[in-house]
Write a protein that binds this ligand. Structure first.
Ligand code: PLP
Length: 385
């Protein structure tokens, strides 16, 4: 049976070229970048070349790119250090953030006496920017706003430029979790002027265990992990040189092929929406995910008009991998917090959400197979008794 992977927001297959580049580095460049001899210098050179490539693509200084182990660590570093070292006393965030932002913000509330304020979101899961402005203006405590660029479950895109302007007008720091968007959209961070952003290689066909935090130099953020002072003092620990090389290659390829892949994936997403509407009466889509302008093109959150807790299992029996809600951390097939906060209790009772997420490797045949299986499952549920 052919296996079909439609869970690319959870992770992506690694490009062959990335594997080759990493394997070559593993074979030839084993030195510790902190060593002063030639072996170390070679490893250091690979690290710095990688950093430079990424920084150039984002129009920022290489010193503003800090390699970490993943998106989670980048978000933790930014939020925790903003509180610990930059005097942040208030965090404005939303209910729809990834757990690594949500839990970290909550912990800052519980353990560091920080006020955590949740901005309103509407029935589609969009952030209410008027409410954000009201909250920003309601206090002059040192504030960090942390709002994701694209939601990993329903794909809603945030107007980052607008939020940045609001933050600037109100002297707040702005962190945007760009784990689902860096490498998928052209992004000039110097023009966007956010203070912090985050990236994870495994979301863009790179390896797991490596990511970076973008930290604007002027913020003067300080580290969470201390020791040998690697990463210009911002993240100690011997560097994951192979991971960094893989991340830079994946990032370079993502930027190079961005338009081609965006066009391909967008047309697949549109095709999926059209086919589902034509095949399953009553099918709808959660959040703004069916709005091609306002959502991340790699994510579609389908609302099937019947309850089927085993849907993921049934699709898997036919070789198709999707996500029921968000499977990033636990793999648990229960309604996610994001879906819970945008649907009514009745909708939760009577519908089944599944997240389909695409990559450049998906084809129309993958979608035909998915729609075919969903059609059969729907017919079982929707047949009049
Ligand atoms: N932020 C978002 C929006 C994500 O989708 C994810 C992973 O799914 C993360 C953060 C965490 O990234 P990582 O898996 O690299 O820790």
């Amino acid at each position: 049976m052919r296996k079909i992977y439609l869970d690319n927001a959870a992770t992506t297959p690694i490009h062959e070229e990335v594997i080759d580049e990493m394997a070559d580095c593993m074979k030839k460049t084993f030195g510790n970048p902190s060593s002063t001899h030639v072996f170390g210098r070679e490893a250091k050179a690979k690290m710095e070349l990688s950093r430079k490539k990424i920084a150039e693509a984002l129009q920022v200084s290489p010193a503003e790119i800090v390699f970490t182990s993943c998106g989670t660590e980048s978000n933790n570093l930014i939020i925790r250090s903003s509180v610990d070292h930059l005097g942040v006393k208030r965090i404005i965030t939303s209910n729809l953030e990834h757990k690594c932002v949500k839990e970290t913000s909550l912990e800052m509330g519980e353990c560091r006496n920080v006020e955590v304020v949740k901005v309103k979101t509407d029935v589609n899961g969009s952030v209410d920017l008027e409410d954000l402005e009201k909250i920003l203006k309601s206090s002059d405590q040192k504030t960090l706003v942390t709002l994701m660029h694209a939601n990993n479950e329903i794909g809603n895109l945030l107007d980052v430029k607008k939020v940045q302007t609001l933050c600037e007008e109100n002297a707040a720091l702005f962190h945007t979790d760009t784990v689902q968007t860096l490498g998928h959209y052209p992004m000039d961070l110097s023009e966007l002027k956010v203070d912090f952003a985050s990236c994870s290689a495994h979301k863009i066909h790179g390896p797991k265990g490596i990511g970076f935090a973008y930290i604007k130099k002027s913020t003067r953020l300080r580290p969470q992990i201390t020791g040998g002072g690697q990463e210009r003092g911002l993240r100690s620990g011997t560097e994951n040189v192979y991971g960094v090389v893989g991340l830079a290659k994946a990032f370079e390829m993502a930027i190079q092929d961005l338009d081609k892949h965006k066009t391909h994936i967008e047309s697949l997403k549109k095709y999926t929406i059209d086919q589902l509407k034509a095949t399953i009466p009553g099918v709808e889509f959660n959040g703004l995910s069916a709005d091609l302008e306002k959502s991340l093109y790699t994510v579609l959150n389908i609302r099937l008009p019947f309850k089927d807790a085993l849907i993921g299992f049934e699709l898997e029996l036919k070789g198709i991998a999707v996500s029921q809600g968000s499977a990033c951390s636990s793999g648990a097939a229960k309604v996610s917090a994001v879906i819970e906060s945008i649907l009514t209790p009745e909708q939760i009772e009577t519908t089944t959400p599944i997240r389909v997420s695409f990559s450049c490797y998906n084809t129309k045949e993958d979608i035909d197979a998915l729609v075919g299986v969903l059609k059969n499952i729907s017919e079982k549920h929707l047949v009049p008794h």
